[in-house]
Ligand binder design. Structure first.
Ligand SMILES: Cc1cc2nc3c(=O)[nH]c(=O)nc-3n(C[C@H](O)[C@H](O)[C@H](O)COP(=O)(O)OP(=O)(O)OC[C@H]3O[C@@H](n4cnc5c(N)ncnc54)[C@H](O)[C@@H]3O)c2cc1C
Length: 235
């Protein structure tokens, strides 16, 4: 999915769902559960129904059989740093190198608060240009290796990762990161992932609509001290 957005400088964000992602996640969950229940796993509709029952009943171990592989491209290194905190289920990923890629003209994210303020936007843009220029001069004029000049690169720079995890992890993540307390760019990233998965198949659309929700929708109350008021706060 390509979502052009005015708040990013020279940058486009994309979530690409790779073909290794299970196309029929609910049916797959039901098929795996059926093995253990002595069920008829050759019957697609029965597998689908069994999968739905499993997730509705909270038997979420079955979600761990559903693989999600995707490319996240153009998001800031900062949001990807937060992405890496979701470790349940041993996810894995590769990230664009800061040793081999030339970041002479790196693209970056500009937060809305900065983009809306002309003075702030100018300071921000000039700083990014100064960093890019300093990296180039260190390499070109001072013969500093790229891997060392890259120490100057900012967290706002765009990066790219290839990510692999199971859907249980991704649903857990959505509870945290669709909460209004989550970092704004992470919430946009979650929206992009939800849209990309919904477009992948009807079963994904169902999962996203029913399970990729903020944590207050799961518990019925809010646990965040600085609550947005969507649900009553309960410490
Ligand atoms: C509003 C907000 C503010 C934040 N602020 C900060 C911050 O300032 N600094 C910071 O570092 N992080 C911060 N975070 C990140 C947060 O602390 C977590 O690291 C992040 O949400 C991922 O953890 P998780 O439990 O949600 O997901 P996962 O790590 O994917 O875990 C999911 C579930 O798997 C299980 N699990 C995972 N690992 C283990 C384990 N080792 N042992 C047993 N069970 C396990 C648990 O049941 C867990 O609930 C913030 C997050 C939010 C939403």
């Amino acid at each position: 999915m390509i979502r052009p957005c005015g708040i990013r400088e020279g940058n486009r964000q994309m979530v690409i769902i790779l073909k290794e992602t299970a196309e029929n996640p609910i049916t797959l969950m039901g098929e795996r559960a059926g093995v253990c229940w002595g069920g008829d796993t050759d019957h697609k509709e029965k597998n689908y129904k069994r999968g739905l029952e499993c997730i509705a009943s909270g038997h979420h171990r079955v979600m761990e059989y559903v693989n999600v592989e995707m490319i996240l491209d153009g998001y800031s290194a900062r949001v990807i740093r937060e992405w890496y905190t979701h470790i349940g289920g041993a996810p894995t990923r590769l990230q664009a190198s800061t040793r081999y890629i030339n970041y002479k003209n790196f693209s970056y994210t500009t937060p809305p608060s900065v983009a809306e303020n002309p003075e702030a936007e100018r300071i921000y843009r000039d700083t990014m240009s100064a960093i890019a220029e300093a990296c180039s001069r260190l390499e070109r004029d001072c013969k500093i290796p790229r891997e060392d000049a890259a120490m100057l690169l900012p967290l706002g720079m765009s990066t790219k990762i290839v990510d692999k995890r199971n859907v249980r992890n991704l649903i857990e993540m959505s509870h945290q990161r669709r909460c209004t307390r989550a970092y704004w760019e992470y919430r946009l990233l979650m929206d992009d992932i939800c849209q990309a998965l919904s477009a992948y198949s009807e079963e994904w659309k169902y999962l996203v609509e029913h399970y990729f929700v903020p944590k207050c929708e799961v518990s019925g109350y809010c646990t965040e001290k600085k609550s947005c008021g969507r649900k009553p706060y309960r410490p």
